[in-house]
Design a protein around this ligand. Structure first.
Ligand code: DUC
Ligand code: ZN
Ligand code: ZN
Length: 481
């Protein structure tokens, strides 16, 4: 008699702490058992395959609304297709606030759009206007809806917060039990350098990197950490680009602070010289912070090895190369300042990290599982996700560790017309993705139906509780006026 509806049999099962040849028994979308010789009504043969937790991409931009009344090119249908093709089963995307507006109405619109998702999902709430109404009345309401992370930009003309407003967001996060995620670059310094570069006629995509050198990322990271320490609230530093910045995170961790660091495959594989490709081609690699150089990649791998950087997300933010809705939004002769930032990466994140990390011997399988699934799930309170263990959702990806693939844009299955990883040879490829017990992708064919993804409401959780270490023991956030 069968004990399980589905058994994934004979694979190399990887958790955040162990690797074992075993079967996984699944009932009603939940992992029911990990053991030997499990009896199932149906079987998925995983002989020769690596069985990993489905990817959790805790930083991707999908159907994000912009201040011109439009939205990202990548839709929930195409974004989740790309995610599933690449082995990712859960995404945390962004709900953006525009200055002068609230956040409750827009959250409802984001929830409506995400109802087409095929992956499970949650949101980070971007705060661009820390008004009293939003800080004291609306944030508690979106937290009650299950959104537990606030996102802050320390640069970008229409979104950045000065120190005063950043502190107000940190305080609101402390009062409401949220994590704050921070884009750390110094707005004034970038502006100052950008104006000078444009005045000097240095306008091509490669000057994007010149406009935002390492120390402006390092300074903003240091400042974000210091202010978060003052308010006593946990933060995650987004998309760390190099070791000098990761060192700020490491110093904070050594002081016992709840500060975490994230990076992305582009900061492990792409360089500023990619932005110096002929013509407009460099625009494909423009993102912020800017990719650095090969020495920076080596430093980043070391920071991953040490555990300073413990999440690798995609920062998928796609802008088609040949589109006026995309990279060409600023016209044919746009300077770097007017070319949209970001690159697609949802579909490539797992394979690029597996190949560059596991196949090249820089990280082991358990580290891979932690970086791509276990750690982001824990940090963001996705309690059913990120781990292969009885009781967790059966979100599982089967990797063929020997499969050699040359990345092409068609394989990404996103809506964007390019991938920054075009032509990269990788060893290791996702061949089957299961989401809550259903085969959602097999051999590159996405089988999930639009609307089958579920909203992941996040409740309070210990990992993001404040430390209780306040300057002079005084909790200013409780008396804010
Ligand atoms: N930088 C961001 O901060 N967000 C999206 C893309 C990018 O390059
Ligand atoms: Zn960012
Ligand atoms: Zn981003």
């Amino acid at each position: 008699m069968a004990d399980y509806q589905t058994v994934i049999s004979g694979g190399t099962v990887v958790t955040g702490s162990d690797v074992a040849r075993a079967d996984i028994g699944i009932n009603n979308g939940i992992i029911a058992a990990i053991g030997l010789n499990l009896k199932g009504e149906s079987y998925i043969d995983a002989d020769g395959l690596v069985v990993l937790p489905g990817g959790v991409d805790s930083h991707c931009h999908i159907e994000q609304l912009n201040d011109r009344g439009g939205s990202d090119e990548e839709t929930w249908t195409t974004g989740s297709r790309s995610a599933l093709a690449g082995g990712t089963t859960s995404c945390i995307t962004f709900a953006a606030q525009f200055k002068g507006q609230g956040i409750l109405g827009t959250m409802a619109e984001y929830r409506r759009r995400a109802s087409k998702a095929m992956v499970d999902y949650s949101f980070h709430q971007i705060i661009s206007d820390a008004s009293d109404e939003v800080m004291f009345r609306e944030v508690p309401q979106i937290v009650a809806q299950g959104v537990r992370s606030l996102k802050v930009f320390l640069t970008y003309e229409n979104s950045y917060l000065d120190d005063h407003h950043f502190i107000r967001v940190l305080a609101a996060a402390r009062r409401n039990g949220c994590l704050v995620t921070v884009h750390c670059e110094n707005y004034e310094a970038i502006n100052w350098r950008t104006r000078a570069l444009l005045a000097a006629g240095m306008t091509e995509p490669k000057y994007h990197a010149w406009s935002r050198p390492v120390m402006i990322e390092r300074e903003a990271t240091h400042r974000a950490i210091a202010l978060a320490e003052m308010v006593d609230v946990p933060i995650q530093v987004f998309h760390v680009s190099c070791a000098e910045v990761a060192e700020e995170v490491a110093r904070a961790q050594h002081r016992g602070l709840k500060v975490w660091g994230e990076t992305c495959p582009q900061y492990l594989t792409r360089t500023a010289s990619d932005m110096d490709r002929p013509g407009f081609e460099g625009a494909k690699f423009m993102c912020s912070p800017a990719p650095r150089d090969e020495a920076a990649h080596a430093g980043q791998w070391e920071m991953i090895r040490r555990g300073t950087l413990d999440v690798v997300s995609s920062d998928h933010s796609g802008w088609s190369y040949d589109s006026v809705a995309g990279k060409r939004a600023g016209g044919p002769d746009a300077s770097f300042r007017d070319i949209p930032n970001g690159m697609p990466g949802l579909g490539s994140r797992m394979a690029v990290l597996f190949s560059e990390g596991v196949s090249k011997g820089r990280i082991d399988l358990c580290q891979f599982a932690r970086l791509t699934a276990t750690n982001p799930a824990k940090l963001f309170g996705l309690t059913q996700k990120g781990s292969l263990a009885p009781g967790k959702d059966a979100d599982i990806v089967l990797f063929d560790p020997a499969k050699k693939v040359t990345i092409t844009n068609a394989l990404m299955q996103h809506i964007i017309d390019y991938t920054p990883f075009e032509g990269m040879d990788v060893t290791g490829w996702p061949v089957l993705t299961m989401r809550r017990g259903e085969v959602a992708m097999k051999d590159g064919v996405v089988l999930a139906q639009p609307g089958s993804g579920q909203f992941l409401a996040r409740g309070p959780y210990d990992m993001i509780k404040p430390l209780g270490r306040l300057p002079d023991g005084f909790d200013a956030s409780a008396f804010e006026v």
